[in-house]
Write a protein of this length. Structure first.
Length: 195
């Protein structure tokens, strides 16, 4: 087997491949092992492999490690340019009852959310040909307001004020999400003060 065919296979899957995808693509562990030993393929965790490239984003890797995960809070806020703060770990929301085994690297912080908080505002974006799950900007703002006691009031304020400066803001959607998440009165009061 030649290196380019395996590299192309990884590339078509966003650089991250699971064991069942390898099998479906006609590759075996015996063919993969030399690439692991040479450092061209990294074993992220059991059954998850990454093609090594220093210029790749780790977001597809994180999405592969946490299959039902949705990028949230600081990871989403950075994507939408709502904050300048960089988290020490990728922040990912998963359904409350899900169980995920995390590797040591990349650093991932899980948030276990109920069905409403998990499903509301889900969307996707494409990075290097890979479709990745993320919450929309309005849900991201609501999540910061929900987590303001843990994340800090200053950070929640930064995210909200950056959102309000956006030309394409959707206040009606923000208020709707806030109501569904039990933040309706808090968001109404806060918006009346800031607008």
């Amino acid at each position: 087997m030649d290196q380019t065919s395996l590299a192309d296979f990884f590339q078509t899957h966003g650089g991250i491949v699971r064991t069942q995808q390898l099998r479906a693509g006609g590759f075996t562990h015996y063919q993969l092992n030399p690439f692991i030993q040479q450092g061209q393929v990294l074993k992220v965790k059991r059954g998850v492999y990454k093609w090594y490239s220093s210029d790749q984003s780790e977001l597809p890797e994180v999405a592969g490690i946490v299959p039902n995960g949705v990028f949230c809070l600081l990871t989403a806020a950075l994507h939408y340019d709502l904050t300048t703060f960089v988290a020490s770990a990728y922040q990912v929301a998963i359904p409350r009852k899900d169980k995920v085994t995390l590797p040591e690297y990349p650093p991932i912080q899980l948030y276990y959310w109920n069905e409403t908080a998990y499903e509301l505002g889900r969307t996707t974006f494409v990075l290097n040909g890979t479709v990745l799950p993320i919450y929309d900007p309005e849900k991201t703002v609501c999540d910061f307001l929900r987590q303001r006691h843990k994340m800090g009031f200053d950070l929640a304020k930064e995210v909200l004020t950056a959102y309000l400066r956006r030309p394409n803001r959707q206040i009606a959607r923000l208020v709707d999400y806030a109501g569904q998440l039990g933040l309706g009165q808090y968001v109404d009061t806060t918006l009346n003060l800031l607008l």
